[in-house]
Design a protein around this ligand. Structure first.
Ligand code: GUN
Length: 295
């Protein structure tokens, strides 16, 4: 029997459209004030298909809100020193408000070295330790794009968070770990009791079944099944996977980390894939870039 979805949709596409209308106004004000629009650069090393798609979406989003954008491509064979030089040049470029280096990088380049080389004032991805530290302390800075996009989405739909048990599954530097910190902050959204589960967690299902808010960022297609979810939970799916599908014109379909149909039948709110967290990540990057330009 087909599962009947009962959850309401946390619609990242619609929410991001609303936010982008505000960002466009802010961009016009910056242009009137400073004589130039906010300007974001994106560095893409190599030819990974998914990374290309993401970076192109970021550049397109800039155009849609009246930002200037620059895409800088380097071959897979670029050395770490070359990339560090490029980053130093971008740090010094007064025509740029912020820039990102798309991850993952080829394995011969140490991501940590590159992240550390970015001027924290231009680090609109929020990956530099200074920005991570500011986030932990609740000080002003750039928040990492995906976690802050999820916060914006929860805010847009007025999801109650105070006192709730939030379970984050996955402890990556760019999603799970910062997400767990943001949800525990004394702020809205936040004030949750947070559990951060990961690959060494024992009896994961027993933990996820306690979640009022379940945020999944493990990078494994359809990892979370309905039996791992509490009735009435709010479910946020950060995963995005291209699965070959000969019945589709594109040759693939997109799946998240959550079994959407069966979990939607149990949840009160759920993010779809695509159209959930993805558009919010890009919109947070635009928000950070606008903030950099306003400084
Ligand atoms: N790779 C996966 N997500 C991201 C992101 O938000 N920023 C960058 N730079 N690379 C990524």
């Amino acid at each position: 029997m087909m599962d009947v979805a009962t959850a309401q949709i946390l619609d990242g596409k619609r929410c991001s459209e609303a936010l982008k209308a505000e960002i466009a106004k802010g961009a016009a004000a910056v242009k009137a004030d400073r004589g130039r629009a906010p300007h974001l650069a994106a560095v893409l090393v190599g030819n990974d298909g998914a990374s290309r798609t993401y970076v192109e979406a970021k550049v397109k989003a800039c155009e849609a809100v009246g930002f200037r954008s620059t895409l800088i491509r380097r071959p897979e064979t670029t050395t770490e020193d070359d990339l560090l030089h490029l980053v130093q040049g971008l740090n010094a470029d007064d025509t740029l408000d912020g820039f990102i280096v798309q991850l993952p990088l080829p394995s011969h380049i140490r991501e940590e070295r590159v992240t550390l080389a970015v001027d924290p004032r231009k680090d609109v991805d929020g990956f530099h330790p200074v920005n991570i530290g500011n986030m932990v302390l609740g000080h002003d800075g750039f928040l990492p794009a995906t976690p802050s996009g999820i916060c914006e989405l929860l805010k847009h739909y007025s999801i109650e968070t105070a006192g709730k048990h939030c379970v984050v599954v996955g402890r990556s530097n760019i999603v799970g770990t910062p997400m767990s910190i943001l949800m525990s902050r004394n702020a809205y959204p936040g004030n949750c009791t947070v559990t951060l589960a990961h690959s060494r967690t024992k009896d994961l299902g027993a933990i996820t079944r306690q979640a009022d808010i379940l945020i999944v960022a493990v990078g494994r297609p359809e990892f979370i099944s309905a039996d791992m979810v509490k009735d009435g939970a709010v479910v946020v799916d950060v995963g995005i996977h291209r699965i070959e599908d000969a019945t589709r014109k594109s040759g693939f379909r997109l799946l998240g980390d959550v079994r959407y149909n069966e979990v939607a039948a149990k949840a009160t709110w759920i993010t779809p894939v695509p159209g959930g967290v993805g558009p919010m990540t890009i919109t947070s990057l635009l928000l950070n870039t606008l903030k950099a330009a306003q400084r």
